[in-house]
Structures are given as structure tokens and as C-alpha cells.
Ligand binder design. Structure first.
Ligand code: NAD
Ligand code: LMR
Length: 329
């Protein structure tokens, strides 16, 4: 089988160092061989050479090749999947949206390059922050690629929420299902336990503790990234790499039947989220395509949380529009 060509940007960074080895070991594409295309800024190419030496030293049977470079048009040529990780991380005290100006231009340029040289059916995952609005920038600058092929990472929030609920309920994570992160990958996100299920009933009802839900769970999920930065001195890396792999693997190979995951995707207007904004939704994936799970009930609390997060996404879109980053598309 032809190797899956996977581009990874920011490959010499923290997340890259966790991501590349797992992709090469088969965690993303299963038994299909992979070819890695690694993009970095010129100043990081030497460090990246060392990472490539280590990749080779692992003798991964599924790793069919590695190419590196700092020219997006060359590195993205013919890629089937692009994992856009490369961007500055925030520091303690910053919100992710503070990175818009620093990082936005990266995604305009990479969207353009992907549109010109990637494979016709390329799929693009944005991990670099602020991920939702960077994905908006990327697809608006990629007129040759349908916008449904762009997505942003909220799987890390999804995994964090699932693990916190499982710990609270003293159950395994597999017993917490149908959890959804709605909105932005930011402190306004809404992790929804009303539609999540434990043993077939609403997780909010199963836990029966509104105080924990409102004052611990929701803020803890929403601020977990900042807590990791405060503890580690730098932003989450191994868990972000894991989430990026799970997001891409589910997109390409399909979600488990009977449940769903959370992905930030360009809205089709579902749940009142304005069309085109990149918002997190409950999604299922099949045959390489995602669909938003329809018909979930959002109570007044959930609706107001989603609306607040959507307002933030609108404000971010206005900022990048005023910076001239939304292209023509
Ligand atoms: P890092 O600073 O360790 O690495 C980033 C790398 O990107 C660096 O090596 C840098 O040289 C490279 N880079 C910068 N501009 C580039 C460009 N134009 N093209 C290619 N490479 C470029 O940061 P990190 O910890 O790996 O985090 C990367 C991004 O991921 C940050 O924006 C961070 O906030 C974000 N992040 C997102 C999530 C999420 O859940 N969405 C989770 C964790 C981190
Ligand atoms: C995270 O959620 O860990 C990342 O988005 C990094 C951050 O800035 O919080």
C-alpha cells in the first residue's frame, strides 16, 4: 500500500518530539506505512536533524521515509494529512487568544501552500493555538480545498474531561461516553455532562452534584492547559500529541460505533453556531468524513455557555479579519 504522506509542522518542538515517534510506530495510520514530511523554521532545522536521526535509530518498520525542510510548498507537496502544530505556545498569564497576532500569519501562509500543492483529498488538523481561529484562517486562505477538510483540536479537552469524570465516578474512562466539548479551545469552552452517558444515563444525573459540575469540573477542564503550564513551566506536550493522533486517527479510520468524539470543525449552522466559524461539536467520523451529531438537547445553561464561547469565536474572527488574515475564500 502506498505510504500515507503526513506533514507535521513545528516538528522540532515539544509536541513534535512526542508526536513523530508515535506516528512512526503506527499509532495514527494502523498498519499503513507512513512517510513523514517535517516543516520547521530555518533556525530549528539543525535540532530537527537530530530528531530525524533518532527516528531512524528506532528502525520503525512502518516508517517509509522522512523529509525535512523550511519551505512549505516543498514539504506539503502531495501530502494526504497535515498536522499543523508549529506555532508559539502561550506563557503563564496569557490567554490562548493572545497568540492570534503572533501565530495567525503562519496559518494563512500554510493554508495557501496546502491549497496549491497538497493531495486533492488532504485533511488538515490544527493544533497550534489559538487552534479554532487558526483553522479558520487556514481554510479561508486555501480556496482549492473544501473547508470540511479542516479541523482543530479539542480532543485534548475531551480527554481531560472524560478522565476527570471517570476519576470522580470511580469508573474506568471507557464507561464515560458521549461527552462533548462545545465551542472554542479556550477558557470559554463548554464540556457537556448532560448529554454524556455513564451506564446509559446522563453523567450529570449519575454524578448528581451540580456544585462539583459548576465550580470544579467545568473550570478545571477549561483551565487545565494553564494548570499544566503553571506546574511544568511549559505547555502540555505528550497529552497534546496523543490527542492530535487520536483526532486524526478517528477522522481517517472512523469513530467507534455508538459513540462520538469532540472535534472543532467549520460550522454548518448546527446548534445555532454561525456558519463557517470553527467550533467544537460532537462528531462521528466514517470513510474519512466527519458529521456533527444532530438532535442533542442543550438546556438553558448549556445553551448560554455555548453562546458565550461562540461570541468569543466571533471576536477572534473579527480580530483576524482586521489583521487581513482571512484571505478571499
Ligand atoms: P514549541 O515552542 O515547543 O514548538 C513549536 C515549534 O514550532 C518550534 O520548533 C518552532 O520553531 C516551530 N514553528 C514556529 N513557526 C513555524 C512555522 N511557520 N512553520 C513551521 N514550524 C514553526 O511549542 P509546542 O509546545 O510544541 O506547541 C505548539 C503549539 O501547539 C502551540 O501553539 C501550543 O499552544 C499549541 N498547543 C495546542 C494544544 C491544543 O489542545 N490545541 C495543546 C497543546 C499545545
Ligand atoms: C493546552 O490546552 O494544554 C494547550 O492549548 C496549551 C495552552 O496554552 O493551554
Amino acid at each position: 500500500m502506498r505510504p500515507l504522506r503526513i506533514a507535521v509542522t513545528g516538528a522540532a518542538g515539544q509536541i513534535g518530539y512526542s508526536l513523530l515517534f508515535r506516528i512512526a510506530a503506527g499509532d495514527l495510520a494502523g498498519e499503513r506505512p507512513v512517510e513523514l514530511r517535517l516543516l520547521e523554521v530555518p533556525g530549528a532545522l539543525k535540532a530537527l536533524e537530530g530528531v530525524v536521526m533518532e527516528l531512524n535509530d528506532c528502525a520503525f518498520p512502518l516508517l517509509a521515509g522522512v523529509e525535512v525542510g523550511s519551505d512549505a510548498d516543498a514539504v506539503f507537496d502531495g501530502v494526504d494529512l497535515a498536522l499543523l502544530v508549529g506555532a508559539s505556545p502561550r506563557k503563564a498569564g496569557m490567554q490562548r487568544s493572545d497568540l492570534l497576532q503572533a501565530n495567525g500569519a503562519i496559518f494563512a501562509e500554510q493554508g495557501r501552500a496546502l491549497s496549491e500543492v497538497a493531495a486533492d483529498d488532504v485533511r488538515v488538523v490544527v493544533t497550534g493555538n489559538p487552534a479554532n481561529t487558526n483553522a479558520l484562517i487556514a481554510y479561508r486562505n486555501a480556496p482549492g480545498i473544501p473547508r470540511e477538510r479542516f479541523s482543530a483540536l479539542t480532543r485534548l479537552d475531551h480527554n481531560r474531561a472524560r478522565a476527570m469524570v471517570a476519576r470522580r465516578a470511580r469508573l474506568g474512562v471507557d464507561e464515560v461516553e458521549q461527552l462533548t466539548i462545545w465551542g472554542n479551545h479556550s477558557s470559554t469552552q463548554y464540556p457537556d455532562l448532560f448529554n454524556a452517558r455513564i451506564n446509559g444515563i446522563s453523567a450529570a444525573r449519575w454524578l448528581g452534584d451540580d456544585a462539583w459540575l459548576n465550580f470544579d469540573f467545568i473550570p478545571d477542564v477549561a483551565n487545565r492547559g494553564a494548570a499544566v503550564i503553571a506546574a511544568r513551566g511549559s505547555s502540555s506536550a505528550a497529552s497534546a500529541a496523543n490527542a492530535t493522533i487520536e483526532h486524526a486517527r478517528d477522522w481517517l479510520l472512523g469513530t467507534e460505533p455508538g459513540t462520538w468524539t469532540s472535534m472543532a470543525v467549520p460550522s454548518d449552522g448546527s446548534y445555532g453556531v454561525p456558519e463557517g466559524l470553527v467550533s467544537s461539536f460532537p462528531v462521528t467520523c466514517e470513510g474519512g468524513d466527519w458529521s456533527i451529531v444532530q438532535g442533542l438537547a442543550l438546556n438553558a445553561f448549556g445553551r448560554s455557555k455555548l453562546e458565550a464561547s461562540v461570541e468569543e469565536l466571533k471576536r477572534e474572527a473579527d480580530v483576524v479579519e482586521s489583521l487581513g488574515l482571512l484571505g478571499a475564500g
